[in-house]
Design a binder for this molecule. Sequence first.
Ligand code: PEP
Ligand code: MG
Length: 536
Amino acid sequence: MDHRTQRAAHRVEGRSAAPGIAMGRLVRLVAAKPEAGQSRPVAGEHQALADALEASRLDLTALAGRIKDEDAEAILSFQLALLEDESLATPAFALIADGEVANRAWVAAIDPEIATYDRADDPYFRARASDLRDLRDRVLRRLAGEADQALPSGAIVVAEDMPPSVFLATDWRDGGLILRRGSPSSHVAILARSRGVPMIVGVDIDHLESGVDAVLDGDAGTLIVDPDPMLRADYGRRLSEQAQARAAAFSFTGPVVTASGEPVQLMINVTGLAELRDIDPSKVDGIGLMRTEFLFQERDQLPTEEEQYRIYKQMVEWAAGKPVTIRTLDAGGDKPIAGLTMPGDLNPFLGVRGVRLSLKRLDVFRLQLRALARAAVAGNLKVMIPMVTLPEELDRCRVLFQDAIDELRGEGHQVVMPPLGMMVEVPAAALVVEDFKADFYSIGSNDLIQYVMAASRDEPQLADLARPSRAVFNLIGHVAAHAKRNGRDASLCGDLAGDPQQVASLLDQGLRSFSVAPGALGPVRAAIARYSGKPA
Ligand code: PEP
Ligand code: MG
């Protein structure tokens, strides 16, 4: 047994990935079993499909009973009606009778139906295709022995790992997340921090059972299983303090300054409009990083130019004149996007991600640049390119941006060429940052650290290595000094900026602009106020 579980049967240690307390029941996500591709006797395959259909019907019925949302209700009743219509599965059972295995028979029966909906003229019927796809996958999960993944709100979810798309599709109200894999700088951890979901990683989850009461202490990186009444009362008090602190997080006023009164720009990182709903724009200096890849996930079709334009414009309007830095698509790495990223990439973090992918998928990139050029008319928009490695990549983006603008003007649109900057997150770019024709720089410390230290941001065993060493700080100082000499803005939008303990070291390097998860604004502001080092 692992020493961490032995130390105390009821206390399991991990590593904090997102702060906060959650109290609730553990819900374990069952890992997918290998595909049932082996042939059972025909009767066995027939029964497996019949059972999976019935289990899916029960899952949907239970879900429909819990959900109080009109759109979701409509989808669920459509799916239930299909499942209850025997004609849907009849071709699958016929294929099984001819010797096909259950999962392939189910896909062969339902895929033509999906294609029919996809081809429909009426947009209402076309939209139903994705509901049908969802139904196909639900039955497939059941055939693979997986439980329903719909999670009750308030649950403390226990899993091996979780892709960002699953995180985004989950209702996390009052809940928390525990992973065996992942690390504090993985994208799912970034999302957890920005949504205020307590999370710990690197946990030995072998003995954690569904249904047991637990307290997740995201500050200490600890899970307490079946806490006694005293602990429960203690954490209950901390929970209400947490709720009060969250409410007070934006109560500060006045500019962000160091102890000697030197101003520091403090912006926020976001992934979509939803996070802006609860934030008063007068309390922040703008958006330092909008990660657009999350607009592309969890959907059947990539977002259109019009859809992107509307979202970017609303962000710019929300900021009312303050800068909004929108990063072009950084798909790839641990953010795969169906139909876009390369599934067979051997080493995704060293693969076709960020600008490398955009320059290969010019159809997708062009739409995004068009949407950005149109949204720039609404206010103070800045555009930032991720994973730039060579100066030519940025030059190419500038040419493509200008082409998109000329094209839009020709079509009679109002457009503006916004400042075009780069993420500095690849050592090859940080080392010779002076070679790049960027209007501004934003240091991506999450990737910069993993590439400088040759230690994956997702590998819990290397957490002590994937940290900012002197080599990393030297590169940060080099970028800050170059920007200052040339009168350009340099900011840091990686998670290092959101760690109050690192703020002084970053200010020492001459940086005076940070972009952090909204939840880190208060603590970072306080750390800046304590700083008494020399002015930049
Ligand atoms: C970074 O690498 O620090 C960064 C901000 O980008 P992301 O975490 O989205 O890769
Ligand atoms: Mg990055």
